[in-house]
Design a protein around this ligand. Sequence first.
Ligand code: F6R
Length: 256
Amino acid sequence: MHIEVFGDQKRASQRIVDLLTRQLRAYPYSVLGLATGATVIPIYREIIERIRREQLNLAPVRTFNLDEYMGLQDHDPHSFHAFMQRHLFYPAHLTPDQTFFPFPEFSQDPSGYDRLIEQHGGIDWQLLGIGHNGHIGFNEPGTAFDSETHVVKLTENTRKANRHWFDGDWHHVPEQALTMGLKTIMRSRTIVLAAFGASKSAVLAKAVYGLVCPELPASILQHHPRVYIICDQEAGSLLRPSSSFHSPDFPSQFDV
Ligand code: F6R
């Protein structure tokens, strides 16, 4: 795992978009795996900024989102479709024929989403956030490492963590979602995991240094050959070497 700790979210987001830019310079027709949530908002903002400055072009890419709540219509403002439309697809001029989600199309045949990804050549560059319980996508603790796209029952903790997207009431957060599995994610050629804020520091340290086990789904990433962990100083505060955090202008970089 290659780890880079930045002074703040903005610098970390810039670095992630630098990595994306490098990917797209080498392979303009890349297949991107995308996430939703608070972590990716500054990253998508940076992507839009670079598109406006004509430093980045997403026109040739195809995108596959990690997950979607079950039962929400595409146009429901709480759906991940709507999140992506608002934060990335609309401002980046990405159209529905190049952007894919597991729900609703694959609710009866979840593995069809894996097949569709493979038909497009597989995911070249996967962006991930991490949940406080170590989930990636909606792969909650206990998910099998060999899982492909599947239906999940969301834990109460995850529904509570996501309640701010649902007017603060966790009972409004759907009980189920369709998510890429851990094996689906691990098939990506490059994985970039972003983590921001002090609340992610403990789980990030466990994912990087802890036992690789289904109880901490993100720990599987230790077995992937090409993972970048890009975080801010707060999320990275329990990652070694901590002595190099003195300057917000220079990232601390190391491999584990
Ligand atoms: C969302 C997703 C989740 C989030 C994770 C972190 O598509 O796959 O795994 O990345 O829950 O969410 P935030 O960024 O809101 O802390």
